[in-house]
Unconditional design. Sequence first.
Length: 332
Amino acid sequence: MASSSDYFSSFSRASLPLLFFFFFFFLLHSDASAQLSTGYYAESCPRVFDTVKSVVKSAIQQEKRIGASLLRLLFHDCFVIGCDASVLLDDTPTLLGEKTAKPNNNSLRGFEVIDRIKTAVDKVCPGVVSCADILAITARDSVVFLNGPSWEVKLGRRDSRKASFNKANTDIPPPTSSLANLTAAYAKKGLSVRDLVALSGAHTIGQARCVSFRDRIYNDTDIKGSFAKLRQANCPRTAGSGDDNLAPLDLQTPTVFDKDYFENLVGSKGLLHSDQELYNTRGSSSAALVKSYSGSTSAFFDDFVAAMIKMSDIRPLTGKRGEIRKNCRKVN
Ligand code: HEM
Ligand SMILES: *[C@@H]1O[C@H](CO)[C@@H](O)[C@H](O)[C@H]1NC(C)=O
Ligand SMILES: *[C@@H]1O[C@H](CO)[C@@H](O)[C@H](O)[C@H]1NC(C)=O
Ligand SMILES: *[C@@H]1O[C@H](CO)[C@@H](O)[C@H](O)[C@H]1NC(C)=O
């Protein structure tokens, strides 16, 4: 008579290949483990890349700042629920979108460019490419057109049927954040201090409104005096006056993706309080990273690319979840 241990060992030996088969079958087919991949549209829409690129190119030729605005859209999408194009949904009587949340209201831009891209992409492959994937490709192309690094974008995200006004307010950090606030906000999304500092390098391009940096230029002490004066000239102290007046986030080259942003921080010339915070705690890993990026374009670019890929991977909808929107502004 076979002992029970013999019985189990022969059972597991016989069924081991079967178990492996089911394990890999599960990996391939379960939504929970579905993965993004760079070749996702290789069969279904190989022209997606050229199509997106040509619309982004003409938009940036018209206005260089739009490249910055398009990059920011991806950040504000991914930090709210996940990279699911929730940021693009317009308000309706039954859906409160994210566009009027505090970090976005009167600030986010580029929605018309995304509409143009969606129309162009749907002309070459109707109903195939998600708005969430369009945001990810568009952000990459924008960085490349402004002389930044390139990378292969992972694809296969689907579009949400909902948005979250509240999470847009709580999960996108405000410019008044301390280093501890920023570190916590990024950790909540699975991102490290290295990701935080590298991604903040996006502020090498684009503009901010007076309302976003007023307190910094009048009240912060860790700011170079001549720089504070320069910015005060176009941003009155009184709240409510000149709130929308713009200043470049990088005072040297706001339309070139370079390491100047980090040099500014080392010189106490960060425009946002949250920017300067990255360099303020001597001996912190954050300050060390700022210093290192300020001296090495390749160190910045390598970490920026890695962090963009991580950020673009935050909780995508894959498999059968979500939908491929027909119009990026509304659920089907
Ligand atoms: C670390 C936390 C961050 C904070 C507190 C922050 C805050 C801000 C603020 C306050 C503005 C100006 C908005 C306005 O006044 O209208 C801005 C602009 C911008 N942000 Fe950030 N940001 C952060 C991270 C990021 C990340 C991760 C990216 C992209 C990877 C990004 C990309 C941009 C760009 C490109 C602009 C300029 C947009 C334009 O000119 O239209 N930011 N950010
Ligand atoms: C968004 O800004 C507009 C004015 O520009 C303002 O009337 C509205 O109250 C703001 N929305 C929210 C939700 O704060
Ligand atoms: C930042 O951290 C401080 C101290 O923990 C906290 O009181 C404050 O609410 C935080 N601010 C944000 C925007 O998270
Ligand atoms: C600066 O700090 C003072 C005192 O805390 C405060 O009253 C003021 O609103 C702050 N902001 C500006 C722009 O002066």
